[in-house]
Design a protein around this ligand. Structure first.
Ligand code: ZN
Length: 524
């Protein structure tokens, strides 16, 4: 038996764990690299006070990335004095293969960094992470990464656009909006594992996650990629803090003054707390879109047909972009599931090395039947969102609002009333619509956006959630306008003031519904 397993079949993992391999060139190089990066990042203020950590995969082209050993900096050790012997070497599934030798007092005995379970899960267990092919993770306690999360303690995201350094973040151009998810801190670093995994899954484009009052995790497919991005993230977060001090808005293309009524609302996404200075106005307006600000037919007659008719064009023209690659990956997973479950209309997609036309043809066929079946699946929604964005950017699509809407928005805005949107369309779709209307960009009048991640629009709980986020003293200070009776009831039960909007094309209301109705915002 024993003699049989020394052949080519010996697992790569065993070969890699051998003494000879551990003492070999590739591992030594990675140890030296991590030590050097520790010293460098210490100088940047990212890993002072023994905080933060760096892990890289051993660069050995003979081994698949997923199986490569991981070299990790220890915690509780002075990072600026790090040498290659101080490193941990771990297998791809998190076993410690080599630990540093303890040093005499007053050094602390080395312990594998607190972050180990987190990294291990990120590298090994968590599928999305693996799918992104991470080759290095940098965890920084840089002060800018900490303070940027404190500008608005309720924000779940950091958003920024139109800064040159955004180009340094994978998959982003100058005009793109950079979105970094923010998760809440925990007493022990390993307890971050679940929320970090969730954030990675929820933000397919993200290459970093911020941890409130703590720091940032940045990953890349190589150490160079991770380091470059980490530098850009630190630069951008530092810029946001300085712009905040100057009263300049970093979240809009114009970078104008932070509007006092809008304040941190749209800068830091929904979940606005005291940053929005409730004293300035005690009133908020929350608006539904379809049937309230916008004809219902706009979505059914313009938006969805546009997405349907442009699948092929979009996939063909953006086939090699990172975003579309991600979209296709997501579609492939869905289609494989569909085929397994015998969903009608699902057809196999040729492998990546087939011709572009063959792949696109199969994807289009699948997407068309998904649309026909009106399926509410992430892969489809995400692709539609990207097609719409392209459409708005190319001005082939324009958001439609009723003619009384821009005037009312301006009037409310000028009198210090904060206006928010709550719609089942994604927040990105909402911003695209209001940013590109036939009346121009109306986002300057809006304080923030809520979608169904806040909750179902027909559930009272969602409106409690919104009133918490808006930071009002009482829910009765919020006026909600919708065309849907069940939403009106849910909001009323949460204590909101409610008006039902009656517009051409809306569904009829039940008799004696008991709500005030309007045909135009000018009646308010
Ligand atoms: Zn940390």
């Amino acid at each position: 038996m024993a003699s049989g397993c020394c052949g080519a079949k010996a697992a790569a993992g065993e070969g890699m764990a051998s003494e000879a391999y551990l003492a070999g060139e590739a591992v030594l190089e990675a140890r030296e690299l991590v030590a050097e990066l520790c010293r460098h990042f210490y100088g940047m203020g990212w890993v002072t006070g023994t905080g933060g950590s760096i892990t890289v995969k051993v660069n050995d082209p003979a081994v698949p990335l997923a199986d490569r050993l991981i070299v990790m900096s220890p915690s509780g050790v002075q990072k600026e004095r790090m040498v290659s012997e101080d490193m941990y070497v771990m297998s791809a599934d998190g076993k410690v293969l080599s630990a540093p030798v303890g040093k005499p007092w007053p050094n602390k005995p080395p312990k594998c960094t607190d972050c180990a379970p987190l990294f291990m899960k990120s590298f090994v267990v968590f599928k999305a992470y693996l799918m992104r092919g991470a080759g290095a993770v940098i965890h920084s306690h840089g002060m800018e990464t900490c303070i940027a999360t404190m500008l608005n303690p309720g924000a779940k995201e950091f958003r920024m656009t139109h800064m040159e350094m955004i180009k340094g973040i994978k998959g982003h151009g100058f005009r793109d909006e950079l979105v970094i998810p923010i998760i809440e801190n925990t007493p022990y670093e390993y307890e971050l594992t679940d929320s970090l995994s969730e954030a990675i899954a929820a933000y397919p484009k993200a290459t970093a996650v911020l941890v409130r009052n703590h720091g940032i995790y940045v990953w890349g497919d190589s150490w160079i990629n991770a380091k470059t991005q980490a530098e850009c993230y630190h630069y951008l977060l530092d810029a946001a803090i300085r712009l905040y001090q100057l009263g300049i808005d970093w979240s809009t293309p114009e970078h104008g003054p932070i509007n006092s009524a809008k304040r941190l609302g749209s800068i830091m996404g929904p979940g606005i707390t005291n940053g929005c200075h409730a004293a300035e106005s005690s009133k908020c307006v929350v608006l539904d879109i379809e049937g309230t600000t916008t004809p219902i037919s706009f979505v059914t007659d313009v938006m969805f047909p546009y997405a349907r008719d442009n699948v092929r064009k979009h996939l063909t023209s953006t086939f090699d972009s990172e975003e579309t690659k991600e979209d296709i990956k997501l579609l492939r997973t869905q289609i494989e599931d569909d085929l397994r479950n015998g969903i009608s209309g699902a057809v196999p997609v040729p492998p990546d090395d087939a011709s572009k036309d063959e792949v696109v043809n199969a994807l289009v066929a699948n997407v068309e039947s998904m649309i026909k079946a009106d399926r509410k699946i992430t892969s489809l929604k995400q692709l539609q969102g990207h097609i719409w964005r392209t459409g708005f950017e190319k001005k082939e699509l324009q958001g439609v609002v009723f003619e009384d809407v821009p005037e009312a928005l301006k009037k409310w805005h000028d009198s210090g009333i904060k206006v928010y949107i709550y719609s089942s369309g994604s927040r990105e779709a909402q911003r695209l619509l209001f940013g590109n209307t036939t009346y121009g960009d109306l986002r300057k009048f809006l304080c923030g956006y809520f979608d169904t991640t806040t909750g179902n629009k027909r559930e009272t709980r969602s409106y409690f959630e919104i009133s918490q986020s808006l930071g009002v003293d009482s829910p009765s200070q919020i006026l909600f306008i919708t065309d849907v009776f069940q939403e009106a009831v849910a909001a009323k039960n949460a204590g909101f003031e409610v008006i039902i909007s009656i517009r051409l094309g809306n569904a009829p209301l039940p008799e004696n519904h008991g709500f005030r109705t309007i045909k135009s915002f000018s009646e308010i």
